[in-house]
Write a protein that binds this ligand. Structure first.
Ligand code: ADP
Length: 172
């Protein structure tokens, strides 16, 4: 049998300890794990795709079989081009279920060779989302328990620069 290659896709805006938990556990289960960072032009992300990729590279450096790449377009096309037959997704609560079920069934229809595998979240991170982290940071809250240290540092810098931009707009 060949090497098992899996893709863990997402926005990772920014990567949280919940994502890290899934990355760590998935990397132990497959030979090679590609974390696919979605270039999503519809959403306006806080971190650019280059910043999200750089942060992920930094915080996953300790896992030799984890690779970080960005992708555009259909996930199944990215999977095919990468030689991956497995998609990894995290399931936090029942609220994730309907959307994830729809996505996995659609992807399976589009590419019958691709299987989605779900990892259920570790209890301590089941409430955690990138959206919550961005909101806490925007109001100057402490995010260190929710994200890796390097991410907390970058979030603080980001918030400072957006505050400065806002101030200069209101000054004019
Ligand atoms: P998307 O925009 O595709 O939802 P996210 O970056 O928010 O991207 O999430 C990517 C994947 O990580 C999804 O499968 C999501 O369910 C999972 N995930 C997000 N937060 C957590 C968490 N706290 N614990 C486990 N999995 C999570």
């Amino acid at each position: 049998m060949g090497k098992t290659i899996a893709i863990y896709p997402g926005s990772f805006d920014p990567v949280t300890r919940g994502h890290m938990d899934i990355i760590e556990r998935a990397s132990k289960t497959v030979d090679h794990l590609i974390v696919g960072v979605l270039v999503n032009s519809a959403k306006s992300p806080l971190f650019t795709v280059e910043e999200r990729v750089a942060l992920l590279k930094q915080v996953t450096a300790q896992y030799p079989n984890v690779e970080i790449r960005s992708f555009e377009g259909l996930l199944v096309d990215f999977a095919r081009a990468s030689g991956a037959h497995i998609l990894i997704r995290g399931l936090r609560a029942v609220t994730d279920f309907e959307y994830e079920l729809q996505m996995s069934q659609t992807n399976h229809k589009l590419s019958p060779n691709v299987e989605t595998m779900f990892l259920t979240t570790s209890i301590e991170y089941s409430y955690l989302s990138s959206t919550t982290v961005r909101e806490i940071a925007a109001f100057g809250g402490d995010v260190t328990q929710f994200v890796p240290q390097a991410v907390a540092v970058e979030l603080e810098k980001k918030m400072k620069s957006t505050r400065k931009k806002k101030e200069s707009v209101t000054d004019e």
